[in-house]
Each structure stands twice: as C-alpha cells, then as structure tokens.
Design a protein around this ligand. Sequence first.
Ligand code: C2E
Ligand code: MG
Ligand code: MG
Ligand code: MG
Length: 292
Amino acid sequence: QAKEEGRGKYLFYRSHLTDQAQERQFLEGELRKALEQGELFLNYQPQVDLADGRLVGSEALLRWRHPERGIIPPDKFIPIAEETSLITQLGEWALRAACRQAMEWMRKGLGLHRIAVNISGVQIERSDLVGLVADVLVETGLPSKFLELEITETYVMRQAQKNVKVLDGLRSCGVSLAIDDFGTGQSSLAYLKRLPVNKLKIDRSFVSDLPSGENEAAITRAIVALGHSLHLKVLAEGIETAAQAEFLKGLGCEEAQGFLFSRPLDAAGMEALLTQHGAPAPLTQLLPRTGP
Ligand code: C2E
Ligand code: MG
Ligand code: MG
Ligand code: MG
C-alpha cells in the first residue's frame, strides 16, 4: 500500500517536471520568434523625487505580447532568455527601444529627465555591452546623461573584479549606473566601495513591510545610511502606501518608484503623463495622498 502511494507520488512528480520542461521549451521557441514578429514592447514606470513628488525619470520594463497567451510577464521569460543567451538580443532591443522613445519625447519637448534600462549580467559577460551602449547613444542621439543602467546586486557581487572594467567603461560613456534589488544579494562593503555606481535601488521586499516591520525598517535605514556614506543616491522600489513613502522620506531616501505613484504605463500612457505635467513642474498628482 505504502509502496503504491510512493510510486504514485513519484509518477506525479515526474509528469509535473515534464510539463514544466515542455512549457520552457515552448516558451524558448516562441521567444526566438517574438523579436522578429514584433511581440515585445516596453512599459514605463515613473520615478519620483520623494521630497517634492517631481517626476525625475522612468524605468523601461520589458513586456511580451504572445499571440495566443496574451501578455507574459518578464519574470516568466527573462530567466529562460538568460539561460539560452537570447537575453543578449532582447536586452539590445530593449535598450535601443527605450533610448529611441526617450529621445522622441525629448524632441517633442516633454521633459523626461532620465530613462532607466535593466541590464542582465549575461549581457555583461557575453556581449560587448560598452560598445553597444556607445552605438545606441550615437544612433538615437540621446545625451548619455539621460541614460541609467540597472544591474542586479546578485550579479554584480558574484562577478566581482571582472565587472569593474565593464562598469568603468559604461561610466566613461557618460551613463549612470544603479544597483537593482539592493539588499537581496551578499554585498561586500569593500567591493561596493570600489564599484563606479551612482545609485542603490532598495528591493521592494523590504519596502513592503514598512513601516511596521522592525527588521525591514532597520535594514532600510541601514541601506540608506550605507548609500549616503558612499555618496550614492538611494531609490526605494515598490512603494504602495503613503506611510511607506513618508517613512523613506524621513530617512532621507531621495527617490521612489511604486504603485502609489504610478503603475508601469504603456508608451501612450507615459506620454500622456509627460504631456499633462511637463517636467520640471512638480507632479503633485504623484505625491502621496493623505486623507480620503
Ligand atoms: P525590477 O527591475 O526590480 O523592476 C521592478 C518591478 O517591480 C517591475 O515588475 C514593476 O512592475 C514592479 N513594481 C513596481 N512598483 C511596484 C509596487 O508598488 N508593488 C509591486 N508589487 N510591484 C511593483 P516587472 O515589470 O514584472 O519586472 C520584473 C523584473 O523583470 C524586473 O525587476 C527586472 O528584473 C526584469 N526585467 C524587466 N524588464 C527587463 C529588461 O528589459 N531586461 C532585463 N534584463 N530584465 C528586465
Ligand atoms: Mg530594475
Ligand atoms: Mg528592482
Ligand atoms: Mg526585480
């Protein structure tokens, strides 16, 4: 009896794995076609100055509109793209599309201050990222100071020494660098000090339990202090409540991003926002609301 059960479980486990493997294989095949068939597009999430609610930039977030499956979120396909090196092409597409879009908004006189683009560690490892960034800047005409690249802490710390050269090269192009999902990796302080980065983005897993979570509050306070002691700007991700915004503002955290201010918007939505508010006027609508 027990043996039968065990066997059943084993079979179930096997077929479950097979489903997953099949799904992966399916998505990988589809992803190869997605680029050519124009199924990828970007969303833009506003980033604000916490002190006055002003729009200071936006982060470009990759989306995939599959003809049958509908919109597939990046968490589903980026890991697959990273395993197959397809990420190099996807990342290149995202960088070019984001810079082109930002430049178009600038040409229209919509004062977007900065566009942030996510970069996978695989792109640093297996492609000429510095060459690509330099090319895209020339090609789109976007002034380099408007481009920020986000690299996750886990990757940056794992690769140590080898990365510094690439990051230095990127800084030489005039772009700024942010460490994404900060607090989730194992940062060596000695190493962090030597990295040519401009900003830390506090991971939203800490922000979501603020202000009542004591551990999260302590960690967040420490990250802001660490960032400032290294002369880095600090941005808090995933702010959903006014209380979280107030808490972080109180710590001296400079910038924020999250559903409280705005969800990621499609290009038309972002353009409408820019048109309506035309930076550098403060985006009062994006300020945390108090009361009903
Ligand atoms: P990320 O770079 O940390 O991006 C922030 C994610 O948090 C986005 O998810 C955003 O929609 C979500 N978010 C923002 N504010 C809130 C909030 O207030 N509450 C909650 N619950 N979530 C919030 P998204 O768009 O699903 O992207 C997930 C991840 O996929 C990104 O995390 C990034 O690591 C990766 N990704 C997205 N686009 C690209 C890309 O072009 N290249 C690479 N390499 N990775 C990308
Ligand atoms: Mg990011
Ligand atoms: Mg992040
Ligand atoms: Mg993330």
